[in-house]
Design a protein around this ligand. Structure first.
Ligand code: PLP
Length: 288
């Protein structure tokens, strides 16, 4: 049975087969379970339409290649995502592909989980605690940079650490205090009339929301600069934003003890962002 739109019930498919929540299971010998060895994506769905699936699948393919995980074929993945998005309406579709059991004594096939989940509610404005992330693949711009793997323990531990001292989340920095990203989001800010954001050359995730924000800036004739920026650049910014599939464009109002204004640029960027989303997903204006 498909629960009513807006319900918090999950919809799960494993290897393309719909399963009920209580039957959704994979082997405990899967390295996804034992070692966090797997890749994933979270795709926003608006009115039951998945947003930017192509880019998400491109990134999933890059991640899987880095870990030598074989994916189901792209058309199948695409159709499972479409199906889950349509079942759920507004929400997000999570795709996880596990590494399978790779120990010779406990082999298990790689599994593909596609599930619909409600968008988790988050704050309207973010407060971030800066912290050095020496585990971050920032130093590795070769093999593992930008890989969206399920080994997210350090990311989640950073979020948790920030929350325990009253912040919403962490802001991850290199050893030299260059700005990287949040544990589950990208960052950008306005400075001297320009939109600035850390360069992908730092090994941060190629955030799809960040891409859409850069497109929004272009449409608003706002100059964009991607680079290597020290923390002070963000602290002195005119406005700042946390960016992700889940957060979309959320203003950052505090970094450490430093207040950051929330102002008109963010509003315009968020509106432009929304108009791109609507143009691509609105059932009234796009062909199915
Ligand atoms: C480390 C990290 N950076 C950035 C992002 C934002 O990426 P996207 O905009 O594609 O959701 C995420 C999303 O999960 C993330 O985990």
């Amino acid at each position: 049975m498909t629960p009513a739109l807006g319900s918090t019930a999950m919809r799960v498919m494993i290897d393309g087969t719909p399963v009920s929540d209580d039957q959704a299971a994979i082997s405990v010998f899967d390295w996804g379970v034992l070692r966090g060895f797997g890749v994933f994506e979270v795709i926003r769905s608006y009115q039951g339409r998945a947003f930017r699936t192509r880019q998400h699948l491109d990134r999933l393919e890059r991640s899987a290649e880095a870990l030598a995980i074989e994916l189901p074929n792209r058309d199948s993945l695409d159709s499972w995502i479409v199906e889950c998005a349509e079942m759920g309406g507004d929400g997000q579709v999570r795709v996880v592909v596990t590494g399978g059991g790779r120990d010779p004594q406990a082999e298990a096939p790689s599994r593909t989980i596609v599930l619909w989940e409600p968008v988790p509610s988050g704050p309207d404005r973010l407060s971030l605690l800066p912290m050095k992330a020496l585990w971050h693949p920032a130093t590795d711009t070769d093999s593992f940079s930008g890989v969206k793997w399920t080994s997210y323990a350090p990311n989640m531990a950073s979020t948790d650490k920030a929350r325990r001292v009253g912040f919403h989340d962490a802001l991850l920095l290199t050893a030299d205090s260059l700005i990287l990203e949040g544990p589950t989001f990208a960052v950008a800010w306005m400075s001297e009339g320009r939109l600035e954001t850390p360069s992908l050359q730092l090994g941060i995730l190629t955030s799809i929301t960040r891409d859409v924000l850069l497109e929004s800036a272009l449409r608003l004739d706002v100059e964009v600069k991607q680079g290597f920026f020290p923390l002070e650049r963000l602290l002195d910014s005119d406005e700042a934003f946390g960016l992700s599939t889940t957060k979309e464009v959320t203003p950052i109002e505090k970094v450490g003890e430093h207040e950051i204004p929330v102002g008109p640029f963010g509003k315009s960027l968020a509106e432009e962002f929304r108009s791109i989303v609507t143009a691509e997903t609105d059932r009234a204006t796009t062909a199915s």
